[in-house]
Design a protein around this ligand. Structure first.
Ligand SMILES: [Zn+2]
Length: 198
């Protein structure tokens, strides 16, 4: 994303590393690990405090995991999920890589009107996609919409939702992330729905 902040990076004090990862919903290598902190940028990135600076959480995650200082470069997401801090979903790119990637994924926000990728959604749908776009996990889930209700969640996503809940994410925050109703998340985490998924 073109707005990525290029803060300087510093060698972290020893106690910083476990504190940082405690604020990430660490899962398996193939799932997204959302930032658990309350501070989220308008573009959906987690924001944290690092050596006296406000920095993007995924950039810190990349630095701590790889030891490569990303200063001057973009930390991009393979998963197109800005809040994700899973190092295996992050890669280093130049600003132009990042813009090209974002164009390819159809989320270049400078487009307006009919050219904008949200143009095909109407009314409340459009609002909904605006919100979920920031924190979505599965780009395909967006395209299906609320008409299909429960169908947007694959078995894997159900496991992710239950795992995040067990990590301490509130139902409200998970619902916000997926752009669904809180009660849906309630049913899932209480095993009232998707009981076949273990
Ligand atoms: Zn991810």
């Amino acid at each position: 994303m073109a707005h990525q902040v290029h803060n300087p990076m510093f060698i972290p004090p020893a106690d910083y590393v476990p504190k940082f990862w405690a604020r990430v919903a660490v899962g398996s290598s193939d799932t997204c690990w959302p930032w658990l902190g309350k501070d989220i940028t308008t573009h959906g990135y987690g924001r944290c405090h690092y050596a006296g600076h406000n920095v993007i959480a995924s950039r810190v995650a990349f630095y701590l995991a790889t030891g490569t200082n990303p200063t001057g470069m973009c930390v991009c997401h393979h998963c197109d999920n800005p809040i994700c801090c899973n190092p295996s979903h992050l890669f280093l790119g130049t600003q132009s890589d990042n813009v090209r990637d974002s164009m390819r994924k159809g989320r270049q926000r400078h487009l307006r009107g009919a050219a904008h990728w949200t143009a095909k959604f109407k009314g409340t749908d459009k609002m909904k996609w605006k919100i979920t776009d920031k924190r979505r996990l599965d780009p395909n889930a967006r395209a299906r919409g609320e008409k299909q209700g429960s169908a947007v969640f694959s078995d894997d996503l159900i496991r992710v939702i239950r795992r995040w809940y067990s990590f301490g994410l509130t139902q409200m925050r998970i619902a916000e992330f997926f752009g669904c109703d809180r009660s849906t998340i309630g049913y899932i985490v209480r095993h009232k729905a998707w009981q076949h998924v273990v």
